[in-house]
Ligand binder design. Structure first.
Ligand code: PLP
Length: 448
């Protein structure tokens, strides 16, 4: 059965972010079921899901309450749209709930089917806002190198992933990027706080180059996730906020990963005190059980779009899909009643920080860092203290070994990252750290 499914997969299925030919040769892993923080493959192996799927299964697998919410909503109203002055109870209730959870000045939400669609929506809203304000020349959006904002053409353009820009022709015009606050990768020879200020200064320089009157918005993740769990130095965000305020530029904080408890607050913006104008969300909103995203819109932008905008010619068939919305609402209710976010902040985040830091003594590890339930290990060649030769693909090797040992860790180049479900226990964190060390040991042996 496993082999025939793998053969069919090879024959018919083009996977996202995959070398199609290489996967055809190696074959894919078949994941059949999941429970709590574990996934199970077709061979019956139990694997600790250190990535919560793709940073999304915040409540863990196998939550019957979410299954029931979906089934009940499917029976009641499996689909209706929210176009042309119609709505339905799940979309209304979810909108209200999200605005109650979000920072005070974010009081409206536009629903989408994914994080990428949320960022497409952001781009259209930002430019529309400035046009309505009588400043249509404010068109440029500044993102960050190595930032990730999705795979649609606008998402890819807002993101700063060079390999994505190199494929598929030109992106959306009027988008540019500045350096990322990646201290280990780009600033290790400097004091971290001075480096953070330097990255914020690079943003100011870019604004001046473009002309401040032409810059509409800056978009960034609170902590860069897909770029490698890059936690900015403390000096970074306050300095960025000051630059944006100086030039009257909107702040878009992409909460697709950091939102819904990952950093120990409902939103990464709360952790870093960011007060964004727009907040794209997805993933943890439904714990990944069904696809749903959205943009939380601050009063400044919402008031103009509502009062001056007329019809907004934008939307998706599945904007606010009733079944997805019902599951998301139940997910948020469960997170609240179970105190999941507070537990990450007060107990699990600090515990992971202590345990994860112990990996810093491993000869292959140049830095072990974590924030909330997100962690990263920077792999280095013990012989030189520098990065391994890229051709060795040390990160991918470590990822594959880790999987075989029973832990999903993701590799971004030679950065290993984890973002487990937020319902992980302290004992399971101990297991995670033990499995990560085993994977590092075997990787070291393979590379010796
Ligand atoms: N924004 C961020 C920060 C992300 O990490 C992702 C996905 O990983 C996206 C946007 C895109 O979301 P989606 O894959 O749901 O389109």
């Amino acid at each position: 059965m496993t082999h025939s499914l793998q053969a069919l997969d090879r024959a018919y299925h083009l996977h996202p972010f995959t070398d199609f030919k290489a996967l055809g040769e190696e074959g894919s892993r078949l994941i059949e079921r999941a429970e709590g923080v574990y996934i199970f493959d077709a061979e019956g192996n139990r694997i600790l899901d250190g990535m919560a799927g793709l940073w999304c299964v915040n409540l863990g697998y196998g939550r019957e309450e979410l299954v029931t919410a979906a089934a009940e909503q499917m029976r009641q109203l499996p689909y209706y749209n929210t176009f042309f002055k119609t709505t339905h109870p799940p979309a209304v209730k979810l909108a209200e709930k999200l605005c109650a959870l979000a920072p005070e000045h974010l009081n409206h939400v536009f629903f989408t089917g994914s994080g990428s669609e949320a960022n497409d929506t952001v781009l259209r809203m930002v430019r529309r806002y400035w046009a309505l304000e009588g400043r249509p020349e404010k068109q440029w959006v500044i993102g960050r190198e190595n930032g990730y904002h999705g795979s649609t053409v606008a998402g890819m353009s807002l993101g700063g992933m060079a390999p994505m820009h190199d494929q598929g022709g030109p992106g959306v015009p009027g988008i540019t990027h500045v350096r990322q606050p990646y201290w280990f990768g780009e600033g290790r020879d400097q004091d971290p706080e001075a480096f953070g200020r330097q990255c914020a200064a690079a943003l100011e320089t870019k604004i001046q180059e473009l002309g401040e009157a032409r810059v509409a918005a800056f978009i960034a993740e609170p902590v860069q996730g897909a770029g490698g769990a890059i936690m900015p130095p403390e000096s970074y965000w306050p300095a960025v906020k000051a630059v944006l305020a100086k030039y009257d530029i909107l702040l878009v904080v992409d909460e697709v990963i950091c939102g819904f408890g990952r950093l120990g607050e409902w939103f990464g913006s709360v952790h870093f005190d960011l007060a964004p104008d727009l907040m794209p969300i997805a993933k943890g909103l439904s714990s990944g059980y069904l696809p749903i995203g959205g943009v939380l819109v601050g009063d400044r932008v919402a008031d103009t779009l509502i009062e001056e905008g007329g019809e907004f010619f934008h939307g998706f068939t599945y904007s606010g899909h009733p079944v997805c919305a019902a599951v998301a609402l139940k997910n948020l209710e469960l997170m609240e009643t179970e105190g999941v976010v507070e537990r990450v902040r007060d107990e699990l985040g600090p515990y992971l920080a202590r345990r994860w830091a112990t990996l810093g003594d491993h000869p292959l590890v140049g830095e072990a860092r974590s924030l909330g339930l997100m962690g990263a290990l920077e792999l280095i060649d013990p012989a030189t203290g520098e990065r391994f030769d890229k051709a060795l693909a040390a990160g991918n090797l470590c990822r594959d070994i880790s999987f075989r040992h029973g832990l999903v860790m993701r590799s971004v180049g030679d950065t290993m990252i984890i973002a487990p479900p937020l319902v992980i226990t302290c004992e399971q964190i101990d297991d995670l750290v033990t499995l990560a060390r085993e994977a590092l040991d075997e990787t070291a042996r393979c590379l010796a």
